[in-house]
Design a protein around this ligand. Sequence first.
Ligand SMILES: *Cc1c(COP(=O)(O)O)cnc(C)c1O
Length: 395
Amino acid sequence: MPNPGSKTRAVHGGERPNPITGASAPDLVMSTTFAMDEPAGFSINAFEGEVPYIYTRWGNPTIKMLEGKLAALEGAEDCVAFGSGMAATSALLLASLKAGDHLVISDVNYPGTAELVRDTLANYRIRSTAVDTSDLGAVESAITPATRMIWIETPANPILRLTDIAAVSEIAKRHDLTLAVDSTFATPIATRPIELGADYVVHSLTKYIGGHGDALGGAVLGSRDHIEPLRTHALVYFGGVLSPFNAWLIARGAATLPIRMQAHEEGARLVAAFLEDHPAVKRVNYPGLESHPQHELAVRQMANCSGMLSFQVDDGAVVAKRMAESLEVIHFAVSLGHHRSLIYWIDTDDMLATSFKLTGTQAARYREFAGEGLFRLSVGLEDATDICADLDRVL
Ligand SMILES: *Cc1c(COP(=O)(O)O)cnc(C)c1O
């Protein structure tokens, strides 16, 4: 079919009935090695073009099925899956950059990414400048002759700040840089960065795409020319391979991604409106609220506002303790994008001391969204009225 809709892609992308058994559901192939008809080389470099199934670190039918489904959802030519979102992130960064190169990166993003870039990549003499990527002038002026890549995350964890992908892609193209977008919070149902000019899309599959909190995974998507070297080098040598069992679980989750995202957004809109009206709540960050400072960009760039929001209250640390002890529906836990609602307390001083280490002006801009700290809430698929009642009781 020439141009199937996203629900059809989610269900059928990458899959087909087994041609021998007729099995309608995808096979789970746990085999690490594959019997061969004739001797072949012992290096991935011995093969030209598509590598046959030889060893699961090089390729596996169940992982390939998931990669096909993700590429179909994202509108990408190719996809390579990894054992976690951080395995995908570190593989892409280490394969794209070498000693002496420079990276421009969002000053607020997933803390693991911030710490990897600032501390680990610096040890390999890969330098970086962290800027507020919602400020296009700041992105442009951070670029140096050594810059090779721009890395953005939109919406950014945990303040839900957005970056205009098309505008940053225009800057990247003008300076001959590659643009990578961590689109974990948005998912391909909200935003397809490749269609907006990005070179790479990165996902933690552990979150919305898997959707059920039972499998770690990650992926990088892009053109065949961009993904092929990642598969043969970053995946095969760094070895951050996804388990076929996790690939199978994540593919099962991904089949319902479009309808889950509709339900997550519907719930999040109700919970965001409830919190915005709540006397104990000082501020709510949700791209779907008109009060979000970039609501206009959200409408333009996000076909779905996702289920992630964050909010501030007075005495957040005390409320966090009460939540951990007495929430009944929502789990007080890290992670996000699962069918179960999850909430976590993110103290601003802690975050600025350990992960983001921002300059005075940058920290002031972070505090505009985060105040002294915020609750990051991943609105799950329970009844929104029950989620609101659970919050109301502890607030
Ligand atoms: C969770 C997350 C990651 C890391 O993914 P893991 O699967 O936990 O390794 C990266 N980016 C974002 C935005 C995330 O939420």
